[in-house]
Design a protein around this ligand. Structure first.
Ligand code: HEC
Ligand code: HEC
Length: 269
């Protein structure tokens, strides 16, 4: 008994206890701190998904089914990914209204925060393309000439040479691309809405998508819009050909009439 209390009062005892306590708190901290942070992130994410699910049940489930499996009024959304939702809802196409050949752009009715929640919920149903980052879709650093080349080979057959759009068969159409946000252009290429083919990264790498966005940004911005003279609608060879046809031929007719009138006069005198 005496021995023990004597040892307890050993001059080094306090130091040993202090060191042990420090080691224990340090160990406990490293063991629990990151875990609880990850847990917080996880619960924030599941809260976002939960909110998205609520919005989905009210605004989308009637056509796309309770679990996104699809109905006769709308396709399955399992695996379409967050990018498809951000595009469809962010351009006002969804929620669709009346049936028609093609669901058009409309006024956007959800806030971006709500769109993010809907996207998180749909993404939780099955893996698909995620929403691109600003770095990916920003036209900054794009090669505009290369983008123009890529646009003419991949997109112009439907959207026209400068993205003015055009009619397709059965009442469908490729829309005018002027004023479409870079993020939505990127997502359209990723997801291929309705009659548009998709251009996944394996077919069209990230940099090529950026170049196309850079090109569209350049043809639609004011300084470069009409480098010379009057705009003919930018509709390519048809309107420009028509211009040459009417004015060029018109001028020839005027000259022919003038020559004929002069020769007639010369013969008379
Ligand atoms: C009136 C019925 C209707 C409602 C309501 C509706 N959709 Fe749709 N949705 C459709 C139809 C039809 C299509 C297929 C045509 C198309 O791609 O635009 C579609 C397509 C989509 C696509 C594209 C799928 C793909 O394969 O890329 C997404 C994403 C989508 N809807 C999300 C939503 C979300 C989110 C809501 C709720 C905010 C919603 N929809 C509400 C009918 C509807
Ligand atoms: C086969 C014809 C076709 C081709 C090729 C095509 N598109 Fe489309 N595109 C469409 C159609 C049709 C739509 C309308 C889809 C919709 O409303 O859901 C569309 C929609 C878009 C939109 C959405 C515009 C808006 O108003 O929100 C963008 C952006 C777009 N296309 C970009 C491109 C780019 C860039 C390429 C080339 C890499 C391309 N498209 C190739 C047919 C095409």
């Amino acid at each position: 008994m005496k021995k023990l209390s004597a040892r307890r009062r050993h001059p080094l005892a306090a130091v040993v206890v202090l060191l042990l306590a420090l080691a224990a708190t340090g160990g406990l901290y490293t063991a629990f701190a990151p875990a609880s942070k990850a847990k917080a992130d996880e619960s924030a994410q599941s809260l976002t998904i939960e909110e998205g699910k609520k919005l989905y049940e009210v605004g989308c489930a009637s056509c796309h089914g309770a679990g996104g499996q699809g109905t006769t009024d709308g396709p399955s959304l399992v695996g379409v990914g967050a990018a498809a939702v951000d595009f469809q809802v962010g351009t006002g196409r969804m929620p669709a209204q009346q049936p028609g050949a093609q669901v058009p752009r409309k006024k956007v009715i959800y806030t971006q925060a709500e769109i993010d929640q809907l996207a998180a919920y749909i993404a939780s149903l099955g893996a698909g393309p995620s929403v691109p980052t600003k770095n990916q879709y920003s036209p900054e650093g794009a090669d505009i000439a290369k983008g123009g080349e890529l646009f003419r080979t991949n997109c112009a057959q439907c959207h026209n040479f400068t993205g003015k759009g055009g009619a397709l068969t059965h009442g469908k159409f490729a829309p005018d691309l002027e004023g479409v946000q870079p993020k939505h252009i990127y997502e359209a290429m990723q997801t291929g809405p309705q009659n548009m083919p998709s251009f996944p990264d394996t077919v069209m790498p990230e940099k090529a998508k950026k170049d196309i966005i850079g090109y569209l940004n350049a043809v639609n911005s004011d300084q470069t819009k009409n480098p010379g003279g009057l705009e003919l609608g930018g509709l390519g060879p048809v309107s420009e050909g028509l211009f040459a046809w009417i004015f060029g031929l018109g001028a020839l007719v005027v000259v022919a009439v003038w020559v004929a009138a002069r020769t007639a006069k010369a013969k008379k005198s």
